[in-house]
Design a protein around this ligand. Structure first.
Ligand SMILES: CC(C)(COP(=O)(O)OP(=O)(O)OC[C@H]1O[C@@H](n2cnc3c(N)ncnc32)[C@H](O)[C@@H]1O)[C@@H](O)C(=O)NCCC(=O)NCCS
Ligand SMILES: Nc1ncnc2c1ncn2[C@@H]1O[C@H](COP(=O)(O)OP(=O)(O)OP(=O)(O)O)[C@@H](O)[C@H]1O
Length: 199
């Protein structure tokens, strides 16, 4: 039987790095952030609902949703975050489920979902994996990748369940504190077990 494998972690912990490698091995990986971006696309149903809830101040000069502005709001206020989640999460789940069903007919499917445990989506997975880094490494990589101040990075990190907690909740852990090669070796090992149906 084909398996649904939930891949999670924290912001900038290395999920995309892991996912890209898993894809290069020939597996299907569905990325929740990609679906989330569709919800904010100009003139989609989600776009109109978001403007209704947050006002036109979050738009840029081209009437696109300014992701940095919306991020500033939702990563600094749990109530505002809840409001956005209420709009986007049902849409993300609906689109992702439809694709998952299609792919599962002929292969395993990996789901790259940052908020897997926060939203109880681990219940829909046969196996869960956390891509784990220490908070220090996470902050450092996030500040560098997104060009954020320490305060901005901390508000994003603190808007999610801690990686230590996720590590405890998941079936497997990919430790991404060292170089990428070490991460890829752990993935190779996991995939070997998956292929031999030892999981
Ligand atoms: C607020 C938005 C516009 C900021 O966009 P931005 O381009 O800066 O970030 P991006 O979408 O690439 O997300 C980066 C990371 O932030 C984290 N994150 C995003 N949204 C949330 C949230 N609501 N709660 C906690 N963490 C979040 C995730 O780890 C994600 O991987 C965007 O993240 C969004 O629309 N969020 C709501 C949808 C959502 O919950 N997505 C996360 C996974 S489904
Ligand atoms: N082992 C590593 N060593 C050094 N840098 C790394 C390592 N793994 C990932 N990175 C870098 O850290 C940053 C975050 O990685 P990545 O984008 O894969 O994380 P993510 O979990 O997908 O993040 P997000 O949830 O925000 O999309 C990237 O700039 C990436 O190149």
């Amino acid at each position: 039987m084909y398996k649904v494998i939930g891949l999670t972690g924290g912001i900038a912990s290395g999920k995309s790095t892991a996912s890209d490698y898993i894809r290069s091995l020939g597996f299907e990986v569905l990325d929740a952030d990609v679906y989330a971006r569709k919800v904010t696309e100009k003139d989609s149903a989600g776009y109109h609902k978001i403007i209704e809830a947050f006002g036109t101040d979050i738009l840029d000069e081209n009437k696109e949703i300014d992701r940095r502005k919306l991020g500033e709001i939702i990563f600094n206020d749990p109530e505002e975050r809840k409001k956005l989640n209420g709009i986007s999460h049902p849409e993300i789940r609906r689109m992702m489920n439809a694709d998952q069903e299609a792919f599962l007919k002929h292969n395993h499917v990996f789901l790259d979902i940052p908020l897997l445990f926060e939203n109880g989506l681990d219940k829909n997975c046969d196996i869960t994996i956390t891509v784990y880094v220490t908070k220090e490494n996470q902050m450092e990589r996030l500040m560098e990748r997104n060009n954020l101040t320490e305060k901005e990075a901390a508000s994003r990190v603190n808007s999610q369940m801690s990686l230590d907690e996720k590590k405890n909740l998941s079936d497997y852990v990919f430790d991404n504190n060292n170089d990428k090669k070490e991460l890829f070796d752990q993935i190779d090992e996991f995939v070997e077990m998956l292929k031999k149906q030892q999981l």
